[in-house]
Design a binder for this molecule. Structure first.
Ligand code: KIV
Ligand code: NA
Length: 272
């Protein structure tokens, strides 16, 4: 199983870290079978599998429910679980209680939190309590309404400087890795150079230590509009709808079920 020092070694040796989201048992099984280095139970599950418009409605119980299913599907893979909206912003007591619940019940290897500032203290406290933490900068979807939409972050000088400072502070606070989302490649590359912990990019270019994408995005499965930074390796929407339509058509026409799908018995055993 991966740990902080192995991850830092991967960074040193330029061995790219692969991360993929999973939200349930079958996707976790696939991620593990494909030898993904790390699975992220992202709070993106709110949008991808629960159909919300943002990650804001996602609860601690949602993360626990999905995280446990992922764990059952991927016993031998490093699993990171997102702390959801407002579960680490009220009091440190509540933050630790929420973190403990998610960490223990999902048997995760690490938890992920968005942002710096006040959150630095959370990163310190969780790490001190023995819970490895992954940071997340750039586009932080839980703050989408403060950021003014889903868009690239850190493009001007001031914002770029701030992100570099925040990244360093997240490392100092004890984080084991840092996700960079929707960040220009030049800035992501600079942050990657300046940190000893690995950076994992999504929409952050190639000059980072690893990549993360959403399971349903790489399979184009149940998602409509894909952002520029996604590469799909399968057209799930197209292939799956064909299969589902065939089932419906065959039941209507009587083609399904066939003899091969059917149990039989001796008719003499039937009551007269
Ligand atoms: O929830 C999520 O899927 C994430 C990734 C986009 C990094 O946080
Ligand atoms: Na997330």
């Amino acid at each position: 199983m991966l740990n902080k020092s192995k991850l830092m070694k991967m960074k040193e040796e330029k061995d790219k870290i692969t991360m993929l989201t999973s939200y349930d048992y079958p996707s976790a099984r696939m991620a593990e079978e494909a030898e993904t280095d790390m699975i992220l139970v992202g709070d993106s599950l709110g949008m991808v599998v629960l159909g919300y418009d943002s990650t804001i409605p996602v609860t601690v119980n949602d993360m626990v429910h999905h995280g446990k299913a992922v764990r059952r599907g991927a016993r031998n893979t490093f699993v990171v679980v997102d702390m959801p909206f407002m579960s680490y912003h009220v009091s440190m007591e509540d933050t630790l209680k929420n973190a403990k619940q998610i960490y223990q019940e999902t048997e995760a290897q690490a938890l992920k939190v968005e942002g710096a500032g006040e959150v630095l203290h959370t990163i310190e406290s969780l790490t001190a309590a023995g819970i490895p933490v992954v940071g997340h900068l750039g586009l932080t979807p839980q703050s989408v309404n403060v950021l003014g939409g889903y868009k690239v972050q850190g493009k001007d000088k001031e914002a770029a400087y701030q992100m570099i400072e925040d990244a360093k502070k997240i490392q100092e606070a004890g984080a084991m890795a840092l996700v960079l989302e929707c960040v220009p490649k030049e800035l992501a590359s600079l942050i990657t150079e300046q940190l000893t912990i690995p950076t994992i990019g999504i929409g952050a270019g190639a000059e980072v230590d690893g990549q993360v994408l959403v399971y349903h995005d790489i399979l184009k499965y149940g998602v409509d509009r894909l952002p520029k930074f996604v590469k799909s390796y399968f057209n799930g929407n197209e292939h799956l709808i064909e299969a589902v339509k065939s089932y419906v058509t065959e039941v209507k026409s009587g083609e399904f079920p066939g003899e091969e799908h059917t149990f039989t018995m001796n008719v003499d055993s039937l009551p007269k």
